[in-house]
Design a protein around this ligand. Structure first.
Ligand SMILES: Cc1ncc(COP(=O)(O)O)c(C=O)c1O
Length: 373
């Protein structure tokens, strides 16, 4: 028996429909999209078609979508690009303490270059307070970068409120939407952002492809200089095969969004109810009860260590929120920022459901956990 996969926030399998769409571009349509002959034109059409599919999911114009090598590259492009391009305007960036390393580490790098970075705290549910963002603003602030949904606990951030307030002060807004794209609506005009990062492998496309939404008219020095690909915003011959995959994945995600939000949420809720019924106060839900990704269930199992629990459950593929180094248990930076007490957070496990999770998977997972906890 294959382990039950409950780690969709780590990565998703490639959807067979996505794999099928990519197939002709592996062996048949191998032209360079910059070439003007028939081979090149076929590749160009494919890339531009894919760009339109991504744009449709984000509710933006295709010209505002840049293909990248993934969520990390999209994030780096924005942080380093804004810091460089707007350095004469100011040198202050606001972010949060619960961002993915693909935000935290470029910020740390920028700090070494003299940029000041404010890492905002979060409350016990893992949420940033929009008022705190406002209070952190200075005349030097050039960018606010707050994730749309947290990868560990799933808490959704008040991005629309933050954008409204930021724009009133002439400050650019970026959101890392790697975890929310395809799970909840991610329309850029509703969120009001200037930049939004997409990671292909969280939305049933392959690993190593992503996209960046850049609002029309907002100029940015690119991360990768070279020939003028992607309208001069990201050099390098386009990854035609993977761009086609990401485009198809976005099309499928858009069509599936209402069902996903309903059915996956229902299974996630069932999972929690069953655990709650069996274990009562031995299990504690982390994150926000409502403002949460529909697929994410983050639980502290009292009196155990998350990693040890999962070791005893090889039939389940999930993630833990604590790490063991030389006998010392350390909580993830997200749980620390949420001020989860160490004795609780040691038992943290993240279950993340997805497109292929069935009711039977959840029932089996509950039975397996019951047997050992
Ligand atoms: C919130 C968030 N941002 C960024 C990334 C990085 O994306 P990628 O792996 O495509 O570089 C991830 C992936 O784990 C993520 O969860």
């Amino acid at each position: 028996m294959q382990p039950i996969y409950l780690d969709y926030n780590a990565t998703t399998p490639v959807d067979p429909v996505v794999a099928e769409a990519m197939q002709p571009y592996i062996l048949q349509h191998y032209g360079n999209p910059s070439s003007t002959h028939a081979y090149g034109r076929a590749a160009r059409e494919a890339v531009e078609g894919a760009r339109t599919q991504v744009a449709s999911l984000l509710g933006c114009s295709a010209t505002e979508v840049v293909f990248t090598g993934g969520g990390s590259e999209s994030n780096n492009t924005v942080l380093k690009g804004v810091a460089y391009t707007y350095r004469h305007k100011g040198q202050h960036i606001i972010t949060s303490a619960i961002e993915h390393p693909a935000i935290i580490n470029p910020c740390r790098f920028l700090e070494q270059q003299g940029v000041r970075v404010t890492y905002l705290p979060v409350d016990r549910t893992g949420m940033v307070d929009a008022d705190e963002v406002r209070r952190a603003l200075t005349p030097q602030t050039i960018l606010i970068s707050i994730m749309h949904a947290n990868n560990e606990v799933g808490t959704l951030q008040p991005i629309a409120d933050i954008s409204r307030m930021a724009h009133a002060h002439g400050v650019l807004v970026h959101t890392d939407a790697a975890q929310s794209v395809g799970k909840i609506p991610t329309l850029v005009d509703e969120l009001g952002v200037d930049f939004l990062s997409v990671a292909g492998h969280k939305v049933y496309a392959p690993k190593g492809i992503g996209a960046l939404y850049m609002r029309a008219g907002v100029g940015l020095e690119p991360l990768i200089h070279g020939a003028g690909h992607e309208s001069g915003r990201r050099a390098g011959t386009e990854n035609v095969i993977f761009a086609v995959g990401l485009g198809k994945a976005c099309e499928v995600a858009q069509a599936d969004l209402p069902r996903y939000q309903r059915d996956v949420r229902q299974l996630r809720d069932l999972f929690w109810q069953e655990l709650d019924k069996r274990f009562g106060d031995r299990v504690v839900l982390n994150g926000h009860a409502e403002q949460c990704l529909p697929n994410t269930l983050h639980i502290n199992f009292r009196g155990v260590i998350g990693a040890e629990l999962l070791e005893k459950l090889p039939e389940l593929a999930a993630s833990t929120g604590s790490a063991c180094h030389a006998g010392e248990i350390t909580l993830s930076s997200v749980l620390e920022a949420m001020q989860i007490p160490a004795e609780l957070g040691r038992g943290a496990v993240r279950f993340s459901l997805g497109r292929y999770t069935a009711r039977q998977d959840i029932e089996q997972a509950v039975a397996l956990i019951t047997r050992i906890f």
